[in-house]
Ligand binder design. Structure first.
Ligand code: C5P
Length: 228
């Protein structure tokens, strides 16, 4: 890394429900790196804005809230977590209102500038695996370990609807596909840091791969490069 030569960063980007979270968590566990879910920060900002009844269509209101709130990070079992004004948003980050508004919050350039700076500071936790949409393009473009995880939209919708069924008891595949497609479109077409394949990133299409195979590939490549 340019800012800290002793720290390794594995950057894993990709669209919603591409398997990023499961893969990133397991890669981190196997490598004994700390796991950072950058999407949870954008979700946290969205949760806070909804809770404070901020008008998300008014970026200056969102930025004003962002500058007033206290965001604190800590690591637990090699996973980075955070509180906002002393509160841990926990599972509320996965709620429907957050899910449906997060892409609009994440499209605000001032929000991105602020959160990208916080994400770059995560190297203080040591070697990390960070998942998101712009980790290889914007947050850590100089990392030698950049991956872009993808899967066919239908497969992604199937996987996410299974997750939602487990969490919420419902998860209609066609509704999930609609919601994913809408969010992906916003994430890929926004002006600031759209979702795209980073220069030098390795693309892994996991449609017909198991999670274990994807994890094994990434872990083997990182270990080979680091000689560990
Ligand atoms: O990864 P997750 O689905 O939790 O991300 C939620 C949303 O946060 C994404 O749809 C995207 O709008 C935003 N995001 C982002 N940049 C990141 C991570 C997430 O814009 N690095």
């Amino acid at each position: 890394m340019s800012n800290n030569h002793s720290v390794s960063v594995v950057a894993i980007d990709g669209p919603s429900a591409s398997g990023k979270s499961t893969v990133s968590k397991r890669v981190a566990q196997e490598l004994k790196f700390t796991y950072v879910d950058s999407g949870s920060l954008y979700r946290g900002m969205t949760w806070k804005a909804l809770r404070e009844s901020v008008n998300i269509g008014q970026p200056e209101q969102v930025l004003d809230l962002m500058n007033r709130m206290k965001l604190e990070f800590y690591a637990e079992n090699r996973v980075v977590l955070f509180t906002i004004d002393g509160e841990d948003p926990g599972l509320q980050l996965r709620s429907e209102p957050v899910r449906e508004n997060v892409a609009d919050i994440a499209a605000i350039p001032g929000v991105r500038a602020f959160l990208v700076a916080r994400l770059q500071e995560m190297v203080r936790f040591g070697d990390i695996v960070m998942e998101g949409r712009d980790i290889g393009t914007v947050v850590f473009p100089e990392s030698p370990f950049k991956y872009y995880l993808d899967a066919d939209p239908e497969e992604r919708a199937r996987r996410r609807s299974l997750e939602l069924k487990n969490m919420e008891g419902v998860g209609d595949v066609s509704k999930v596909l609609d919601s994913l497609t809408r969010r992906d479109k916003k994430d890929s077409t926004r002006k600031t840091a759209p979702l795209q394949i980073a220069l030098g990133a390795k693309v892994i299409n996991s449609t017909s791969m198991t999670i274990e195979e994807v994890v094994a590939q990434i872990v083997a490549e990182v270990r080979a490069a680091l000689g560990t």
